[in-house]
Design a binder for this molecule. Structure first.
Ligand code: HEM
Length: 224
């Protein structure tokens, strides 16, 4: 029963909240769709924290897509052996994981220790920071420590199989039974952040001004 709750009901509830929450916020609360800048209060720590976090998280996301989404047999078929995958996932994953973690530590420390930033922060801002810090920390711990202390554990034969089952609406909770606790905590909190996403500053992710790079210049003319 607990297994069904954790590995079927909870993740689907998070995905449903993610989708419905975004639709709701977009329709009824668009004015608050922002990451509410605090750059005018403190710039340097924000810059380093933000650069490191974003530089790390993008490859980490690509790693998740490959590790969770692509079956090991498909990668073997195109010549990526398990050993090659493992070296890439552990070493490259650890480097970008640590970069993300340092960024997250700087951002969280700034939000909590800088009095003006703290006063400007809502409870949800602080919660998102702490939760992300925890997810990234426990993810790095799993990659760096657990992969070495429990080398027989293979998340591609367990977590990834369960995860793909969820996506095709055929979740099999048995895959999660012997997963180490640190990985379980990572996965549960990883889903939790998706449920909170539409109600927090994270919505800014969907408003990155990508067209800014290619848009035509704005011409300013002198007023006569
Ligand atoms: C939603 C479900 C998620 C699942 C099933 C999941 C699964 C995993 C797995 C299996 C690993 C170990 C990878 C390895 O050892 O090679 C890992 C690592 C990691 N995860 Fe996640 N994760 C999830 C969500 C997240 C989220 C939301 C974040 C960040 C906000 C995140 C950040 C990380 C980081 C930083 C690492 C360590 C670096 C790396 O190996 O890429 N994960 N995750």
């Amino acid at each position: 029963m607990l297994a069904q709750l954790l590995w079927v009901i909870f993740p689907y509830a998070c995905i449903a909240t993610f989708i419905i929450g975004h639709i709701f916020r977009f329709r009824y609360d668009q004015f608050s769709w922002t990451a509410k800048s605090s750059e005018f209060i403190e710039k340097k720590q924000l810059m380093w924290g933000s650069i490191l976090f974003h530089l790390g998280i993008i490859p980490v996301i690509l790693g998740h897509v490959a590790g969770l989404g692509i079956p090991a047999s498909w990668l073997r078929a195109i010549g990526v052996s398990d050993h090659m995958y493992h070296i890439g996932a552990v070493y490259i994953g650890s480097i970008f994981g640590i970069v993300t973690l340092i960024g997250m530590i700087l951002l969280t420390a700034r939000r909590i220790t800088n009095e003006s930033v703290r006063k400007l922060s809502s409870l949800s801002d602080i919660l998102v920071n702490i939760l992300l810090l925890f997810i990234v920390f426990i993810g790095c711990y799993s990659t760096i420590v657990t992969n070495f202390t429990m080398p027989h554990f293979d998340y591609r034969q367990t977590i990834s199989e369960w995860f793909r089952g969820l996506l095709i609406l055929r979740p099999q909770v048995a895959y999660m039974a012997d997963v180490p606790l640190q990985f379980k905590l990572h996965v549960i909190t990883g889903f939790l952040i998706f449920a909170l996403w539409p109600f927090t500053r994270l919505v800014h992710v969907w408003s990155v001004p990508v067209n800014y790079v290619g848009r035509s210049h704005i011409l300013y003319r002198k007023h006569k």
